[in-house]
Design a binder for this molecule. Structure first.
Ligand SMILES: Cc1cc2nc3c(=O)[nH]c(=O)nc-3n(C[C@H](O)[C@H](O)[C@H](O)COP(=O)(O)OP(=O)(O)OC[C@H]3O[C@@H](n4cnc5c(N)ncnc54)[C@H](O)[C@@H]3O)c2cc1C
Ligand code: SF4
Length: 331
């Protein structure tokens, strides 16, 4: 969205292809965003408003790219409507890939009971729950959880069952989610299990400190070994590695900060345009070209790696700058 908008603002035509019925991506599912407790809906509405008004942007929702052929300058792209199967072709001078990321399937961590115990959910599912609660606080106050445990690094930094990399954004969104529970239900006990927390961004450290010190979320250093059902609740068993003692907490919900992984379709789409992907399927950049992956092929956001919203916006603007520079050279 950001790249399309900037390209249009520079006087060129952009076609925005989205497979879903609505624009906005993962932000549509988020309840509030770090580091400023902002409502992501406002950002989406602002950008969608500008894109819809622009005469130079064509929005194609429920549309997929099915193939592409390289031409002298650019590509001939085949598009298919996911509504009525209609197909058409489009000649474009450059491409920006922005397919985002998804969460790893954490059911491989049988010890946490995802898919088995109803109170265990992923961080993205929990955003939906937070939204629901926030919209109807009064009615659901009686159902407030007495305890919530959030487990970081599930599927990240784990060479045996997950991915070796750090997913970069989950320390921050976990702090946000823990803080939001305390805002909604001040009497709920909220625990964050972490290996170490990474808060390297503007206002990030202050954000996490606020959650710990002002909202009274308890951070326990240690990776839980098991989640067990007990008396209708969930028992989280871990070792507090700072204190060197075993810990057990009884909660009603367990939230797994699942690893960020590329969408399976990204590798396929990248291949259509000659863009490279890494061993996991994230789009790889060319040397010294942070948002370019091949000749006339740029990328931005989560399809390159885990990234927070501001970073995705910045990359969208950078990719647009690359496209605009190229078009000016073509003239
Ligand atoms: C649980 C959770 C909480 C988060 N909280 C925060 C927060 O508080 N603050 C913050 O800054 N960031 C947060 N983030 C990160 C934020 O979601 C991302 O920074 C942002 O979504 C990245 O945007 P994107 O456009 O790159 O990808 P996405 O939002 O994933 O959008 C990609 C879009 O591409 C579309 N698409 C995918 N493949 C295709 C295809 N083949 N053809 C057509 N369309 C396609 C998708 O439908 C989607 O609309 C959070 C992420 C998670 C998982
Ligand atoms: S960002 Fe934090 S929670 Fe996510 S993988 Fe890295 S250290 Fe773990």
């Amino acid at each position: 969205m950001e790249a399309a908008l900037r390209i249009a603002q520079a006087g060129f035509h952009a076609v925005l292809v989205e497979k879903e019925p609505e624009l906005g991506g993962t932000l549509r599912d988020l309840h509030s965003s770090f580091p400023r407790w902002e409502n992501p809906r406002e950002l989406i509405d602002h950008r969608v408003g500008l894109l819809t008004k622009s005469r130079r942007v064509t929005i194609r929702t429920q549309t997929a790219v099915t193939s592409s052929a390289r031409q002298k300058k650019g590509f001939r792209v085949s598009l298919k409507s996911l509504r009525n199967e209609n197909e058409d072709e489009l000649d474009v001078d450059a491409v920006v890939l922005t397919t985002g990321f998804e969460l790893m399937d954490v059911s491989v961590y049988g010890e946490y009971g995802y898919g088995i115990y109803p109170g265990v959910m992923t961080s993205l599912e929990f955003e939906g729950q937070l939204k629901k609660w926030a919209q109807s606080t009064r009615e659901i106050a009686a159902d407030a959880p007495r305890g919530v445990a959030l487990i970081q690094c599930v599927g990240s930094r784990d060479r045996s069952k997950g991915n070796p990399y750090c997913s970069k954004i989950c320390c921050m969104y976990t702090a946000k989610q823990a803080g939001l529970v305390k805002d909604l239900f001040p009497d709920t006990r909220v625990y964050v299990f972490y290996m170490d927390y990474r808060a390297s961004g503007k206002e990030y450290e202050e954000f996490v400190r606020q959650v710990i010190e002002e909202k009274h979320v308890r951070y326990i250093r240690g990776r839980p070994a098991k989640v067990l059902p007990e008396d209708g609740r969930l028992l989280v068993r871990a070792e507090d590695t700072l204190m060197g003692i075993p810990v057990e907490v009884a909660v009603d919900m367990v939230i797994l900060a699942s690893a960020i992984v590329p969408r399976p379709g990204t590798r396929l789409l990248a291949g259509m345009f000659g863009a490279r992907t890494d061993e996991y399927g994230f789009i790889e950049s060319e040397l010294h070209e942070p948002v370019r992956s091949a000749d006339r092929v740029f990328f931005a956001g989560g399809c390159g790696f885990a990234i927070e919203t501001t970073g995705a916006l910045n990359q969208g603007a950078s990719a647009a700058a690359g496209v605009i520079a190229l078009f000016n050279e073509d003239r």
